[in-house]
Design a protein. Sequence first.
Length: 396
Amino acid sequence: MDFNFTEEQRMLIEAVDKFGQKWQDKGEEIRERTLKEGVFPRDFWQEFADQGFIGALIPEEYGGSGMGLFAQALILETLGRYGLTSAMMMLTAMDALCVLRGGPDELKQRYLPRIASGEEIWAFAITEPDAGSNAFRMKTIARREGDKFILNGQKTFITGVDVADRVLVIARSMTYEELKAKGLPKVGGFNVLIVDPKSPGFEMQELNTEGIEGLRQWTLFFDNVEVPAEDLVGAEHAGILPMFNVLNAERTLAAAIGLGGIDLMLKKAVDYANERVVFGDKPIGAYQAIQHPLAEIKAESEAARMLVYRAAAMFDEGKNPNDIAPYANMAKMLVGEISIKACDRAIQTHGGNGFDRDYGLIQAWVNTRLVRTAPISKEMILNYIAEHVLGMPRSY
Ligand SMILES: Cc1cc2nc3c(=O)[nH]c(=O)nc-3n(C[C@H](O)[C@H](O)[C@H](O)COP(=O)(O)OP(=O)(O)OC[C@H]3O[C@@H](n4cnc5c(N)ncnc54)[C@H](O)[C@@H]3O)c2cc1C
């Protein structure tokens, strides 16, 4: 379906289409290699970056293309149609945005060009064993000692640390008890640090997760990891503030990736259904039991696409993060739910072949299903909508 894109957006989509066509047959191989050998396809990433695709959120003065969130969303959505998106694209883009929003300028000058040029891939670490949905309970702490921070604690479920050059770590700057004693607000008392995973005292242990898009998850242990003071993002004790608007961008990008995935699932299902003949000479695609669920997914996904684009456009217009959040959250939740349905229907349409890895559906199921849980769960989004959009009491 057509959308009222600008000429610039059309050209961008065309460029991503070309890139997607070139790499589409390698998607499965890339994921398998990353998962089994821990080797991330740097040639793929480099070509992606060379086209300006990873630096859309990074202004030109820092080496990016400065096209904005709508453009970054279109890039990932389009790439999703080729089954080529990687969580590292979303994580790196959101980390770059955090550095951009948090500063200081010296930090932006140092790291943003490296991200935009494809030289560095970044992971993101906020989740802890006792602080998943409630990040405020985190215990990992980074205290300043002269010209460095000393990082201690643990993170878990952190994606792609084995292939990342840096990890953006959200830590406390003081314990919760110290924060309370000082009468500081809940959002105070955080330090956001750029951490080199090769630093002494930085250990990682692989989790037994199924892996998303070929990427493994890790528990990280920080034992007196020294981080240079100049690798602090934003102000000391207030580092979490730049994160807030970044989360809207993260949710919008997660939704954009999902939109591309839905289109891919629909295409696979329709192509198969129109070919496969089981009874008489009609393909299974002629049966309404096969058609209707796919048609419903198409209608729902076009509606969700409007939400994704609205959230992205509001972000680029510099709207208040609190005004963007309802759209970004709803977009992420709806796309997540429709993606699950789309993948399930694509599997069902393929009969037994839906379980054959060669058709690429059963692997996609794990990636798709994850969206209901991460980066934010469906329940936490519904909590947000009930409380902040509908004005109902907080339930927890
Ligand atoms: C494959 C994978 C990759 C990941 N990658 C990263 C990463 O790169 N970086 C990172 O920091 N984290 C990552 N995560 C972590 C992910 O963001 C968390 O798993 C997610 O936020 C949920 O946190 P939790 O697992 O602690 O669940 P919990 O917070 O323990 O929640 C468990 C269940 O209870 C529900 N629940 C909790 N509180 C409420 C409430 N108040 N009301 C209603 N329901 C509630 C939740 O919705 C969920 O269904 C990843 C996770 C997975 C599985």
